[in-house]
Design a protein around this ligand. Structure first.
Ligand code: ATP
Ligand code: MG
Ligand code: MG
Length: 581
């Protein structure tokens, strides 16, 4: 693995560790709820990060950046990273997503299986009780009130960037009244939208997030874990800092959009310490630039739309930027981690070229993938001077980077499949492959000379004829006796293994399909997938999970859903060279 580059987060953590900011004694014996702080108490001196997905969709390549960052920092500094399901929004969340997210994080190589995995899994919904108690404490302390304005009035009275907000008429109501109403809200006595709990901060703040943000709203909805226990649900602004604090998170790392929320994050936690509900040291929020990848959309809402409207075959369609899709496409956890490490961490937004992701996969697979030959667009080549029915073995290294990998064997015979593109009736300049009169090497076998070809009525070449030069076999002393400029791959027709090969291209033709006013669906690439009937090397077994480099064509993986031992279906993970520019 490559050594991670220094970045501002590493500097902050190293300083915090050397200043002993999270020292054991600071946690011990202080008041506060007998809460999830237990976690921190168990192991107080470590740093704690978290990856907090909302279980409302599948994880995508942007999440991989956050996962690698948070789990990676914990790993590198002897800390812990929590996988926390931020499940505070009952309508959009489902158990299916919880399971898929959990599986994916583990697949990426971060949470371990077994009991340790349970220890690192947290659910925001487990803290609903604390959040409610804290809300009561805030009301009693004069830091929150129940507002009877409609959601629309609240929005209008919040003001704009250029105008201050207007105080709610309910802002200064007695704490007792707010407490009673909050309890009634919890008991289900009020309909959705009729009341809301708001923090009492500053309606004139230049930061709109500080203008009495809503903390709780009424939602008579069934939650995938807590069922109908609650009909009030906390807002992200309120829930997230509390989740972090309860879990003893030290560094709460999020994307830049949340920068404006940091003042409220700090305000809220400081009030809760003042009120004796939480204790120092508190978590701190840090922001980094999200991943924007060219030709890719990472909005969960839009990805869901692609799935629901059938533009792709599912969340794990090999063209999807979901981690499930990339996995099925043939991406390895190592390649994804390598990509994320190479991205680094910055404080300013930028767009990353898709080729960086592809290069990480090539760099991972090149040293480890077995080589093989496939012919994707076949045309028959007849070696007219080679006896019918005769075969002889040829061999090639399994992996040129590793002598230990040994060699693979395959037969040479009179009738071969070659790529249609390796023959031209009228060759363009600098074309060194087959054309009438030219000599080329059949890789790992003989030099041949093209003698003739057949065409059908439509003018398509149907068959090519050549003669082989018997003394030129690769690996024999005569191999170099005839110099040729072209080298082509081939497969003995009688021994070839049939397969379906899926060739993928970018899903969107535009580099930034979801920016500005664009409708991303207008930029769907109509040719993002091509299915071809291919021939594979004799003896090829499409082992699930294995990857191969088909010479000249790229890296391939057996499709985890559609491939069978009887009929391999292979996905091209990536071409051998950058084909995106
Ligand atoms: P969406 O807005 O599409 O629903 P989200 O960002 O809200 O996505 P979450 O499930 O809340 O999705 O994200 C979990 C974590 O992943 C958050 O901490 C978020 O900052 C991070 N994350 C999401 N997208 C990216 C991205 N493109 N690059 C880096 N981190 C990301
Ligand atoms: Mg979110
Ligand atoms: Mg978001």
């Amino acid at each position: 693995p490559e050594i991670p580059a220094a970045n501002f987060l590493r500097t902050i953590i190293e300083n915090d560790l050397s200043n002993d900011r999270y020292q054991a004694k600071k946690w011990a014996g202080e008041p506060g709820p007998a809460s999830a702080l237990q976690n921190a108490a168990k192991d107080p001196a470590r740093i704690r990060t978290r990856f907090p997905p909302e279980p409302n969709g599948y994880l995508h390549i942007g999440h991989a950046k956050s996962i690698c960052l948070n789990f990676g920092l914990a790993r590198d500094y002897g800390g812990v990273c929590h996988l926390r399901f931020d499940d505070t929004n009952p309508e959009k969340e489902e158990q299916e997503y919880v399971d898929a997210i959990d599986e994916t994080v583990n697949w990426l190589g971060f949470t371990t299986s077994g009991p340790a995995r349970e220890e690192n899994r947290y659910f925001a919904s487990d803290y609903f009780g604390y959040m409610f108690d804290f809300a009561e404490a805030l009301i009693k302390g004069g830091f929150a009130y129940v507002d009877e304005q409609t959601p629309e009035q609240i929005r209008l009275n919040r003001g704009t960037l250029t105008s201050a907000g207007v105080n709610s008429p309910w802002r200064d109501r007695p704490a007792e009244e707010s407490l009673t109403l909050l309890r009634e809200m919890k008991e289900g006595k009020h309909p959705d939208g009729s009341l809301a709990l708001r923090a009492k901060v500053d309606m004139a703040s230049p930061n709109i997030n500080m203008r009495d943000p809503v903390l709780y709203r009424i939602r008579h909805a069934t939650h995938h874990r807590t069922g109908d226990t609650w009909c009030i649900y906390p807002m992200y602004t309120y829930a997230h800092p509390i989740e972090d604090a309860l879990e003893g998170i030290t560094h709460s790392i999020c994307t830049l959009e949340f920068e404006d929320q940091r003042p409220f994050y700090d305000w809220l936690l400081a009030r809760l310490v003042e009120l004796g509900q939480l204790r120092n040291p508190l978590p701190r929020q840090y922001e980094f630039a999200r991943l924007n990848l060219n030709h890719v959309i990472t909005s969960k809402r839009k990805l869901l739309q692609l799935v629901r409207e059938g533009h792709v075959t599912g969340w794990d369609d090999p063209r999807m930027p979901t981690l499930a899709g990339l996995r099925r496409r043939g991406y390895t956890p190592t390649a994804l981690r390598l990509f994320c490490d190479r991205l680094g961490v910055s404080k300013s937004d930028s767009r990353i070229d898709y080729s960086l992701l592809e290069q990480a996969l090539r760099d991972d697979l090149d040293p480890i993938a077995d080589r093989s030959v496939a012919v994707l667009d076949p045309i028959k080549l007849i070696i007219t001077n080679y006896p019918e029915g005769q075969t002889e073995p040829c061999s090639a290294p399994r992996n040129p980077h590793s002598a230990d990998a040994g060699r693979r064997e395959f037969p040479f015979s009179r009738e071969l499949w070659i790529e249609r593109d390796d023959f031209r009736e009228d060759p363009p300049k600098k074309y060194f492959r087959l054309f009438p009169g030219n000599t080329v090497r059949l890789k790992y076998a003989y030099v041949i000379k093209c003698t003739d070809f057949d065409k059908d009525d439509a003018g398509n070449v149907t068959q090519v004829y050549a003669e082989y030069l018997p003394d030129t076999k690769s690996g024999t002393p005569g191999a170099d006796s005839v110099k040729v400029k072209g080298n082509i791959t081939w497969i003995s027709a009688a021994h070839a293994v049939p397969a379906t090969v899926m060739l993928y291209d970018r899903l969107f033709t535009d580099p930034s399909p979801d920016s500005g006013e664009k409708n991303f669906l207008d930029y769907l690439n109509p040719n993002s997938v091509q299915q071809v009937n291919a021939w594979l090397e004799p003896g090829f077994v499409a082992t699930p999970g294995a990857r191969w480099q088909f010479e000249r064509l790229g890296y391939f993986v057996a499709d985890s859903k559609d491939s069978t031992p009887e009929h391999p279906v292979l996905n091209r993970c990536v071409t051998l060279r950058d084909s995106w520019t």
